[in-house]
Structures are given as C-alpha cells and as structure tokens.
Write a protein that binds this ligand. Structure first.
Ligand code: UDP
Ligand code: UDP
Ligand code: UDP
Length: 440
C-alpha cells in the first residue's frame, strides 16, 4: 500500500488537472487492501482507464525471502517488465508521458526510449533516501572502515540506519537498486511525496547536482499527497464505532498506534505494547496486525491481547484489526500523537495533520525516514529499540516514551507549524484554491 497509495493519489490529482490517465495494475494483487482500494478507486474515477498487467508467475527466490509474498510479487514485477513495451505502444490515444515507480525505472526508461515518450520517476520514500540510493554506486557500504557513509554536500548517514540488504552486494534489493539508479539519469524529473520545508537541505543538494557526479534529473516535491478517498472514507466510516469513540475524547488526548499495511509484530511484542499503553495512562487507538498479509490475519483481538487486557482498558482505549482510514483518524482533533513505523506515507500524513510521532522504524528505509522526522522536529525516536525483531522492547519503555511524546508541548507546537507548512506547500504546488485542500 505504501507504493500503491501515492500512485492513486497522484493519478487523482493529475486527472483533476485535465490529464487523461491510464493506470497499470499488476495482477494478481497480494493483499485484500490492494484489491479493495483498486476497485473503489476505479469505480469512483470512471474516467481513469485501468490496464491489467498479468504477472509472470515463475520466480526464483531464496528460501528466506520466499515467505514474504510482497517480496515475491516484487520479483515477479521485475521479471515481467519486458512485457510492457507492446502493451504501451498499442494504447490509444497514444501516451504523452510515462510515470513509473523508482522500482521499475530500469524497464520503463527502456520502454520510453523505444517509444520516444518522456519518462518521469515517482519515488515513494523521502528525499534523504533518494540521496542515499542515488549515491549508492559510489558508497562503500560494505566496507568496515567507517561507521558512516558520506553523501556529498549532506550530513553523513550512520551505517546503522541503512537498510540491511545494502551490506550484501548479492542481495536482490541491492543489485536491483543499483540498476534502477542508472535509469534515474534518463528521467526528465523525479517526483517525491515530500515538501521543501520538511527536507530543504536534501532537496537543494539533489537539485544542485552535488549528490551524483552526473546531474540528477530535477527533483520535484509534490506532497504531502492527500488521500484520494478522504471524503469517501469519512463518508463510509462516519458512524463507525471507533469514530464515535474518538468523538467522545478530548482534543489531543489520544495516541494512535499503527505499523502500516504490511508489518506485523510478534505476540510477545504486541503484549508489551499493550502493557506500555496501559502504563502510559494515555487514551489509545491501536490498529493491530497479526500477520504480514491481511487475508491471513484471522486471529481475533481477544486471542491476541487476552480478555483481561480488553476488560481493563475498555474505558481507556480501542484496539482494532483490519483496515482503518488512517487519514481520517489522523485528521481527528482527539489524536495527539502517533506511534509509527515511519513508512513514508504515514510520515507525510502525520505531517499534513500536524500530529507528532514516536518513531519506531522496523525495516527497509524506515530508520532513514525516522531520522528525517526527528530532524524536522516532528517526532522522537529511540534508536536503542533496534530493527524489527532485534529485541523485545519492554512495556515500561513503550509507556514512558508514549507519555513523553503526549506531554511534550514543544513537539505539539512544532507539529502544528509543520501541519500548516505542509498544507500550504501542497496547495501551492497543485494550485488549489483556499479551503479545497482537505483537512482542518
Ligand atoms: N493505511 C491505512 N489504514 C491501515 C493501514 C495503512 O489507511 O489500516 C495506509 C496509510 O495511511 C498509508 C499506507 O496505508 O497511506 C501505508 O503506507 P506506509 O508508507 O505508511 O507504510 P507501509 O504500509 O508501506 O509499510
Ligand atoms: N519487511 C517488512 N516491511 C518492510 C520491509 C521489510 O515486513 O517495510 C520484511 C521483509 O519481509 C524483509 C524482512 O522484513 O524480507 C527483513 O527486512 P529488513 O529490511 O529488516 O532486512 P533483512 O532482515 O533482510 O536484512
Ligand atoms: N527493503 C527490504 N526488504 C523489503 C522491502 C524493502 O530490505 O521487503 C529495503 C530495500 O533495501 C529497499 C528499501 O528497503 O531498497 C526501501 O524499500 P521501499 O521503501 O522502496 O519499499 P518498501 O519498504 O515500502 O516495501
């Protein structure tokens, strides 16, 4: 969802600026959330064309990666990309531009060259992570001589926060990223779901040409992108039990906890978080995931948390499983803080609504994102909590930090400022009139 959501949002925005859009959707999808969002999206936007792209089912993955269906699909997409060219050349009316995920840039740069169509990359993480990927070919990540990597013109990045696959040059993600970086140079521009004020230094360095020896295409911040279905979501979820509960809470008093669409935690860690929330004394709204893929997440809340926890905290909080409309929740006045894995979409949604974060990065780009959050002043991050599954973070620690975030007035003030900057940046970039850019 972290890759799909920005594309749906961008497609809606471009379409409202009189572009004719064809959205290519690889099938089959992995999660129910994806199929649900795609069908809602196309029924709400009948003027946006859907082009089904059936994936090549044969994949070669290593045993450790084979248990991650999202990873397998990623490989399948990569292995099917050569099939795009005939599909795209036959479209009518013919395409005037191609926008592709960074993860598919190698193939699309070839296709666009063959068809002589301008080509743009959409990057779904932060500018800081783009600066890391763009300089990856010249960084000695695997070398043990230093604790930091130095990206020209930017502060050094601690190696401890880099995605772990980058330390292994044979890892699929590393070789795949290196190939895609070469294709970046062929793009006319790179769109990012971020905004100038949040990542000023990095965006400036990327656009000054100092990050790569060859000049990168122009980097264009277009965020924070707004949920395409905030209105629908609010309509369909109005009256749901949890929104009624939120309506009854005082402003800024509730902490929201969610680790995104594809990250589950161990049963022990979930129990510790529960203890922590209870100890924090704060009201909470907690979205739980028991397994990576939503369709397999069949255990009930009682089974995971235990009946006595639910009884004890009945007046203090809500724990739910399944999909919630996160933007609708973050825009609710009762929400005063967000414990997040720092998937980049979650970060931008928190920024947009001025909600402070307690960063708990677990995988991939998330520690780099957490550092950006901390630097912008939108949140706090306990580095000692480590990568996902590295250690059991105890309830006391969680409780203390949640309380600290929820009572930090300075953080709250800065959150409000960031929210104003974010909405202004988005409105100006997309030339929206006052009041038409959503949130409060
Ligand atoms: N999301 C949501 N409801 C959920 C779980 C996720 O609306 O129950 C949305 C969230 O608002 C964000 C996206 O799904 O737009 C998740 O992307 P992110 O980059 O935050 O993390 P990922 O899921 O890719 O790890
Ligand atoms: N993973 C995840 N969500 C993410 C990124 C990764 O659930 O946003 C999973 C994925 O299955 C991956 C595993 O976590 O294979 C470990 O990823 P990590 O980045 O921690 O590196 P690794 O353990 O492979 O060195
Ligand atoms: N990554 C990883 N395992 C995963 C997904 C991502 O190790 O399962 C790493 C990989 O190095 C990738 C980086 O995280 O280049 C950022 O991934 P991205 O945000 O593009 O994908 P996502 O984490 O949202 O799946």
């Amino acid at each position: 969802m972290g890759h799909l959501a920005p594309f749906l949002r961008l497609a809606t925005l471009l379409s409202s600026h009189d572009c004719t859009i064809t959205l290519i959707t690889p099938t089959p999808t992995v999660s129910a959330a994806e199929s649900h969002h795609l069908s809602t999206f196309f029924s709400d936007h009948p003027h946006i064309h859907r082009l089904h792209f059936p994936l090549n089912p044969s994949t070669a993955t290593t045993p450790t990666e084979a248990d991650d269906p999202f990873f397998i699909r990623w490989v399948q997409i990569t292995q099917s990309l050569h099939l795009f060219s005939p599909l795209l050349s036959s479209l009518s009316p013919p395409l005037s531009a191609i926008f592709s995920d960074f993860a598919a840039s190698m193939s699309f740069s070839h296709v666009s060259e063959a068809l002589s169509i301008p080509y743009y990359v959409v990057f779904t993480s932060c500018a800081r992570f783009l600066s890391l990927l763009a300089s990856l070919p010249s960084l000695n990540v695997g070398g043990f001589d230093d604790d930091y990597v130095q990206i020209p013109d930017l502060p050094p990045l601690a190696k401890s926060i880099l995605p772990r696959p980058f330390f292994n040059s044979n890892h699929f993600f590393t070789s795949f990223t290196l190939s895609n970086v070469q294709s970046l140079l062929k793009a006319r521009g790179v769109f990012l779901n971020t905004f100038e004020e949040f990542e000023t230094e990095t965006i400036t360095a990327l656009n000054n040409g100092s990050v790569l020896s060859m000049k990168l295409p122009h980097v264009i911040p277009i965020g924070p992108l707004e949920s395409f279905n905030v209105e629908n979501g609010e309509k369909s979820e109005k009256g749901s039990d949890y929104l009624i509960w939120l309506d009854g809470q005082s402003d800024g008093s509730v902490v929201y906890i969610s680790f995104g669409s594809r990250t589950s935690m161990s049963k022990e860690q979930i129990r510790e978080i529960g203890n922590g929330l209870e100890k924090s004394g704060c009201a909470f709204f907690w979205v739980l995931k028991g397994s990576k893929v939503d369709k397999e997440d069949t255990a009930g809340i009682e089974e995971i948390l235990g009946e006595s926890f639910i009884k004890r905290t009945k007046d203090k909080g809500v724990a739910v499983k399944g999909w919630v409309e996160q933007e609708g929740i973050l825009s609710h006045p009762a929400i005063g803080g967000f414990v997040s894995h720092c998937g980049w979409n979650s970060v931008m949604e928190a920024a947009r609504h001025g909600v402070p974060l307690l960063a708990w990065p677990l995988h991939g780009d998330q520690k780099v994102n957490a550092e950006v959050v901390e630097k912008a002043g939108l949140g706090m991050w306990v580095r000692e909590w480590g990568w996902g599954g590295e250690r059991l973070v105890r309830g006391e620690e969680v409780g203390d930090k949640v309380r600290e975030m929820m009572t930090d007035e300075k953080l709250r003030r800065r959150g409000r400022e960031i929210g104003e900057e974010a909405r202004k940046a988005f409105g100006e970039k997309w030339q929206l009139s006052e009041g038409s850019n959503g949130s409060h």
